[in-house]
Design a protein around this ligand. Structure first.
Ligand SMILES: *Cc1c(COP(=O)(O)O)cnc(C)c1O
Length: 816
């Protein structure tokens, strides 16, 4: 792409789409004009990609997720187009800085945290690997809330991300499907003597598609993220208008459009609300109609080939309604027999488990279903009945086991995980330890019943966004050393190993980190959100706030360092501890932790004893675009969850890929990070997952652990006495219940932090370890993860898009 053409395309869009000139265009206008110009380039490749899939009759993969935490698109798309230099130059000639234009974009925050960001990284990899792949979800009008800190506390503001328009999405008014709710069923025998069920008197909502292009990295592939928006069926219901109920009709319209209004903001927690169930069925039903439409568009199709042409991956149990819904479509609409329908469903569906926390396991009251989805209740009851027969045949006298395995729990609730496992051919965990726990404990009985079904797919991250785009200086240094093959094959980073002991390279490496720290400090100053001294060790914990992630353990360490400074003892290096993350609005303890972090940050900031030695900052409104500034500046990555609670983590990978050293427990993917970077190059502490189980089984008494460690007792007191004792309940809970074993891991954490300080005082040693961490990150490319899904679960293959993208023309219509 040549610079003059880019300038011309941009100018064209500014005039005809944005309707602004040089004198009237705001910074945001410039962003939108450029976004449209970039989108035009994607569009050509998009057409070509979709017709290639159609003409080659490729097997399609459908990734169903209630969350896609995409972040910003502009610079990522420019990068994936392989046209970064030309766009930089074009904008420079017009007097703009590409990076500044990029900052005008509002994050697409249609997700809570790791689960939604994984979906976004998987989209990037699937397009880069040239897989015929579609993301399906909901186009929420409001994404994850904006977090502000007022008087030290989290306040939530609605995220009206679509307010000024979204240049990346294409509305598809013709891709619209009815989704039915409520009503009742009626069974009857048809003329051939076959039993048939009708679902009658339903209330319908329409799902309209909005498509976002997903570009592969430097290839011709552009895949689709299709998000559904709810539109009232009343608009089409003339009878209503004729009966004079005009205002009622418009009110009802608003009511049904509420389905796609807002993302539920609870991470790792099931809300159990009717609206949430409606969201789930809404996007599952619309997606399946689209999938079946595309399947049947092929000449001379047969149902038997469905598994050869369609793979459906469920991101957690949120889309598990796909199992009874596919059964309903095949049985009631297509007239298939149960056994064939069930076999096809199992062959098509696969389920990814993301958590073993009991409060996150989705269980829906049967009564809610009976009202909203009466036909699905019948189908799930029949799936459950047949499954129980199979279990009883295998374990004839074990009623307790039957109760534990059942999908319908005593006729009153549906266990979504059990439904997803029984209805799938694959159930995967997201890190080896997590999968081992699923097999050995959470789903042990299912594993015995279905050997081989549970498998592991360790998470990854896209090295394009999380290194090439977010950390251009480090990316350039790496490419200078080993070439740029790593962008498509992250294992190539191993080539950095010989540089780890090269003093000149170490020095350049450290200078890059220093610049990134300054960039973050500038960002904090500019936004007036926090103050940082780039000379300090940047010790970072950014992720959702949750008790199991143990931000409190981090704060206990900060309190200990502070107490030592007040005693005039100073063993360590100057540290800037940074904590960021959102709390679910109804999660009291998490909100208390945020309040505490802010209160401590203020008190430490005001204490002369801490000056120049210790600072604590809370980073407000942690989101993808902020993560892209934070990880390049991170030196110490806090991955300190209680062993056995974090399924994988991906923040751990982002930090390490940007040269941070990890202090962490043997939890989630930390275990595999240690294997890859080597035990001497990571700071591991605390009890293992097995050790935690043993502690719990032996009747864990946190008070005894606290009493045995004077500095821990004092740190708890420090927290309890802050601001007139407002955090006393939080602090004392550590002594009484300590559900997540802070007290048991404190001593080991403290010792390990002392080793961190000592290592940081040897800059060459720190740089060597940092380089070796990046060298060991190859495994954690999302490309590796998605290749494994494609090979082991989807049986899907690359379909390269060849030849030049087409020019605009009115070709014969292909609705793809
Ligand atoms: C990566 C990421 C997460 C997940 O972080 P974990 O440390 O794995 O919990 C959450 N939020 C955002 C914005 C992210 O980029």
């Amino acid at each position: 792409m040549a610079v003059p053409q880019i300038i011309e395309a941009f100018a064209h869009r500014m005039m005809y789409s944005i309707a602004k000139d040089r004198h009237t265009a705001t910074d945001f206008d410039v962003y939108q004009g450029l976004a449209f110009a970039v989108r035009d380039r994607l569009m050509e490749r998009w057409f070509k990609t979709q017709s290639t899939y159609y003409l080659q009759d490729a097997k399609r993969v459908y990734y169903l997720s209630l969350e896609f935490l995409m972040g910003r698109a502009l610079l990522n798309n420019v990068l994936n187009l392989g046209a970064e230099d030309s766009y930089l130059q074009a904008m420079r000639e017009l007097g703009f800085k590409l990076e500044d234009i990029g900052e005008q974009e509002w994050d697409a925050g249609l997700g809570n945290g790791g689960l939604g960001r994984l979906a976004a990284c998987i989209l990037d990899a699937a397009a880069t690997l040239e897989l015929p792949f579609y993301g399906y979800g909901i186009r929420y009008e409001y994404g994850i809330f904006q977090q502000r800190i007022l008087d030290g506390q989290q306040v939530e503001y609605p995220d009206g991300w679509l307010r000024y328009g979204n240049p990346w999405e294409i509305q598809r008014p013709d891709a619209i499907f009815p989704v039915r709710f409520y009503g009742h069923t009626r069974g009857s025998f048809d003329a051939t003597g076959r039993y048939h069920v009708d679902w009658l008197d339903t209330q319908d909502v329409w799902a309209m598609a909005y498509d976002t292009p997903v570009a592969g990295f430097r290839n011709g592939t552009v895949n689709t993220l299709r998000l559904w928006s709810a539109k009232s069926s009343r608009e089409f219901d003339l009878a209503h208008f004729n009966s004079g109920e005009y205002v009622r009709a418009v009110e009802d319209k608003t009511h049904s459009e509420n389905i796609s209004k807002v993302l539920y903001p609870a991470d790792d927690q099931s809300a159990g609300k009717e609206l949430r169930l409606k969201q789930q069925y809404f996007f599952v039903s619309a997606t399946l109609q689209d999938v079946v439409r595309r399947f049947k568009k092929r000449p001379s199709w047969r149902w038997e080939e469905l598994p050869d042409k369609v793979a459906i991956q469920m991101n957690d149990t949120h889309p598990a309604l796909v199992v009874p819904e596919l059964m309903r479509v095949l049985l009631d609409q297509e007239g298939l027999e149960w056994d064939l329908a069930w076999s096809l469903t199992q062959q098509v569906c696969a389920y990814t488990n993301h958590t073993i926390l009991p409060e996150a396991m989705e269980v829906w009251p049967m009564d809610l279903w009976r009202n909203l989805l009466p036909r699905h209740v019948e189908i799930v009851e029949e799936i459950d009945r047949r499954f129980r027969l199979a279990v009883r045949a295998r374990y004839p006298f074990d009623d307790a086991k039957l109760q534990r395995l059942a999908i319908v729990d005593h006729g009153h609730s549906v266990r979504m995980a059990n439904l997803a496992i029984v209805g799938s051919h694959s159930v995967n965990g997201v890190a080896q330890l997590h999968t081992d726990i699923l097999k050995a404990s959470t789903f042990a009985e299912m594993n015995e019943l279905f050997p081989g079904r549970i498998n592991n797919k360790t998470n990854g991250i896209t090295p394009r966004r999380w290194l090439l785009k977010s950390n251009p200086d480090l990316a350039a240094l790496v490419s200078e050393a080993i070439g740029d093959r790593w962008t498509k094959d992250l294992d190539a980073l191993r080539g950095l190993e010989p540089f780890a002991t090269d003093a000149a390279f170490q020095e350049r490496w450290t200078r890059v980190k220093r610049r990134n720290k300054e960039r973050l400090a500038d960002w904090g100053r500019r936004t007036q959100e926090f103050a940082l001294d780039p000379a300090f060790l940047f010790d970072v914990q950014v992720k959702r706030i949750h008790e199991y992630k143990r931000q409190l353990l981090n704060l206990l360490h900060v309190a200990t360092l502070w107490n030592r400074l007040r005693d005039g003892v100073d063993g360590g290096v100057p540290r800037a501890v940074l904590i960021g993350g959102k709390a679910a609005p109804a999660y009291w303890a998490a909100k208390q932790i945020i309040h505490l972090a802010n209160a401590m940050a203020r008190a430490i900031g005001e204490d002369p004893a801490a000056k120049g030695r210790l600072s604590l900052a809370f980073l407000p409104n942690y989101r993808v675009s902020l993560a892209e500034v934070v990880f390049p500046a991170t030196e110490l990555s806090e991955q300190i969850s209680t062993a056995g609670t974090e399924a994988s983590g991906t923040g751990n990978m982002k930090a390490a890929l940007n040269g941070a050293l990890t202090i962490g427990t043997l939890d989630g993917a930390n275990v595999e990070i240690r294997e890859e970077v080597g035990d001497p190059n990571i700071f591991i502490f605390g009890h293992t997952a097995e050790g935690i189980v043993r502690l719990r089984d032996a009747g864990y008494k946190p008070r005894d652990w606290a009493m045995a460690h004077p500095e821990l007792r004092r740190a708890i007191d420090t927290i309890g006495n802050l601001e007139g004792g407002r955090f006393r309940a939080l602090a004392w809970a550590l002594m009484d219940s300590d559900h997540y074993f802070h007290c048991a891991d404190y001593a080991s954490y403290l010792e390990t932090q002392e080793r961190v300080s000592a290592t940081y005082q040897k800059p060459a040693e720190w740089a060597r370890m940092s380089i070796l961490n990046v060298a060991g990150m190859g495994k954690f490319s999302i490309d590796r993860t998605v290749s494994e899904y494609a090979r082991d679960i989807w049986n899907a293959h690359a379909v390269p898009v060849e030849g030049p993208p087409p020019e605009p023309s009115m070709q014969p219509a292909l609705r793809l």
